[in-house]
Write a protein that binds this ligand. Structure first.
Ligand code: URA
Length: 243
């Protein structure tokens, strides 16, 4: 049971003050009866209409977003478009991205309000695999592969920061526009700030393009276009929770 104003605000229908006004104006009905007091107690299963439109209850929401380049992994930002701005038909207002991708990184980003799940997926102790496809300025070799497997220093000489063993697959290398470029797939089990870019930088190479393809048991749905999203299936949610 919860207050009607909280129910509507939780479902993203406005601030607590705004929804109180709607209720007092008689715009809200519960099971067919207009209710004008914000503290009226409701529970999931009741039919709640705001201005004639149903307000369905969702305790937890889970979306897979194909994050495009150019948007920031934040819940709000004064200047930039955020990943939350892209989830247009969200019900809840307390959604957040699970971890961050850089503004110029694309790919799989999980959006939810399930704090416990997010915590588990991001916990450094759990070693959840993250798989990235990258295009790198330079020639990635067997030596790079070996270095990543052993762990590289992405800190400084004074304050070293060693990465955990990471698996590097060289997809193809060649000359592009007169310079060597490598296409690779990298699996890391941690998520340090700018980790992939810093790993290649530690080997004297710059990442030109970065896309996350997999996070734990979840792979980016290739039928999604950059900027598009879809709710996770029950099966996907189950697999994530088993991580
Ligand atoms: N590593 C990076 O360098 N950037 C990302 O966005 C994700 C992983």
């Amino acid at each position: 049971m919860m207050r009607l104003d909280k129910y509507l605000a939780d479902m993203g229908k406005g601030t607590r003050q705004e929804v109180k006004k709607y209720i007092r104006k008689g715009l809200v009905t519960v099971d067919g009866v207009a209710v004008c007091s914000p503290e009226y107690k409701v529970e999931p299963g009741m039919e709640i209409l705001l201005d004639g439109a149903p307000v369905a209850y969702a305790a937890q929401e889970y979306y897979m977003l194909y994050k495009p380049a150019g948007v920031v992994s934040a819940t709000e930002d004064k200047r930039e478009t955020t990943v939350l701005d892209l989830i247009r038909d969200k019900k809840r207002k307390d959604l957040f991205p699970v971890g961050r991708l850089d503004k110029d990184t694309e790919g799989l980003l999980l959006i939810t309000n399930d704090g416990e799940l997010a915590h588990r997926l991001l916990s450094p102790k759990r070693h959840v695999d993250k798989v990235y496809y990258a295009r790198v300025d330079g020639l990635v070799t067997e030596a790079t592969k070996q270095a990543f497997l052993e762990g590289v220093n992405i800190g400084s000489r004074e304050e070293p920061l060693r990465t955990m063993p990471a698996r590097l697959e060289i997809l193809r290398t060649g000359q592009e526009g007169g310079r060597p470029v490598s296409h690779v797939r990298l699996t890391i089990r941690e998520g340090k700030f700018h980790q992939v870019k810093r790993m290649f930088r530690s080997q004297g190479m710059e990442v030109l393009y970065l896309k996350r393809e997999v996070m734990g048991p979840l792979a980016l749905d290739e039928s999604l276009q950059p900027g598009a999203y879809r709710p996770l299936t029950e099966e996907e949610i189950k697999r994530l929770k088993e991580q």
